[in-house]
Ligand binder design. Sequence first.
Ligand code: NAX
Ligand code: K
Length: 482
Amino acid sequence: MKTEIIDRNAEYLGIPRLLLMENAGRCLAEKIVSIAETENEKISIFCGSGGNGGDGLVAARHLVNRGFKVEVFLMTHPQRIRSKETIKNWEIINNMTYSDNLNVNVVLDSSYLPSSVDGIIVDAMLGTGIKGKIREPIRSAIKLINDSNAVVVAVDVPSGLDPTTGKISDIAVKADYTITFHKIKKGLDTKTAGKIIVCDIGIPKEAEVFVGPGDLIRIKRNPESHKGENGKVLIIGGSPVYSGAPALSGLAALQAGCDLVTILCPKTAAPVIKSYSPDLIVKEIDSDYVDKIDMELVEKSDSIVIGPGLEENPKTRKAFKFLIREIDDTTPIVIDADALKLVEIEDIKDFENIVLTPHLGEFKRLFKISGKDLKSKIKYVTSASKKINGVILLKGKIDIIAQNGKIRLNKTGNPGMTVGGTGDVLSGIVASLISQKLRPFDAACLGAFINGKAGDLASEIYGYNFTATKMLKFIPKAMKLK
Ligand SMILES: NC(=O)C1=CN([C@@H]2O[C@H](COP(=O)(O)OP(=O)(O)OC[C@H]3O[C@@H](n4cnc5c(N)ncnc54)[C@H](O)[C@@H]3O)[C@@H](O)[C@H]2O)[C@@H](O)CC1
Ligand SMILES: [K+]
């Protein structure tokens, strides 16, 4: 999982980023103390404009307190520091005017760099936020560091190395030690990173297990994209009695950001669905129930929801079986509501992009197992998820999302959401996110978070007296990255 996702989720759990930076910089300083042979050793810290540079500034403060002589090189104009926490630590460093052991330099271009450096060099220039070609003066600083005889300590990752792939597109710091935070980054190898030491910076496991606002950064949009490129969703459902369910699912999908929603429904439901909103494209089947499915329509869609308001009867069963038989087993399908009564595990077990959204009763019917408390539910959902390739989203007070034994949990939502239709909203959001290119597992996790959050925002205004329709307008706010 990306550092930025984990950081934001940790913040959501109540741990300020400034505290994470403090923990990182303090641990870094402690490791440097143990690397330094004598207290007389000079320490030069090269700091970038992001979080990596901030870690370096925190370490500088702690090292000065320990009696070391520290020289800081800020590798940009102070006004171009990007991270709020780094700005704070830059202010602190500039307030440390009493100490003789601290010297601070601003490197505006490579001519401000010293001709040589010895002692210990701390590379806090680029971390997980590295993008594109290495710009000056960082590029020259990397050369200076690599040409020196100093002991080089890289912060989080050696600058220039892509922490995810391990690729060096241009040049990178060659470190003797790399002090990395929270978890070892995938791209680190001892050839460039030297001895790798991991610092625990106090991020709890929950920041990765519970879905949080950090997961929203998975949604990306190409500014050059045109209509349809950000997702086409098909909702299959509706019957003489239930016309609201597919409409809710479709409207939720649109609120969650996809471009186009088509609803395939029987003629008994079509006029009502059309009357709900001009934003929905409605294709009707000449029957009272969904008894056949237009595969051309299916193939043109990026993701499908089947189930809302579908009803369970021989006609819909036949149509569902037909779809599962005809469809490519990589097509993303969210199987929800009445379709969960029609599905047989044996028929869908190979589909890797399927998302099943059962509540506890439906889960029990499907997998013949069921737990009462959270621990046993997690155990059963984990084992059920190993029986199929797709995703299970077990709805409950705490939602459990699983695929191939991997588990995440979601805590958003409230008892007001027991009202009818909130499940249809959820399936629409999940399909919408898949159509916007999220992996089905990530879409199911984030869908559960957004749906619950929209319910929580509705509850702030209406208490428990809101409907699924009222929840729809809160979806965009629930998706806002603060
Ligand atoms: N959870 C964690 O692991 C924590 C990470 N922290 C630190 O924060 C870092 C991530 O912070 P950021 O996301 O701000 O990213 P970085 O600090 O890695 O760098 C981003 C900055 O560098 C500049 N930059 C990016 N690519 C460049 C290039 N090719 N040439 C020149 N300049 C370039 C950008 O303009 C941006 O201002 C981590 O590596 C880590 O050191 C800690 O502070 C706190 C907790
Ligand atoms: K670094």
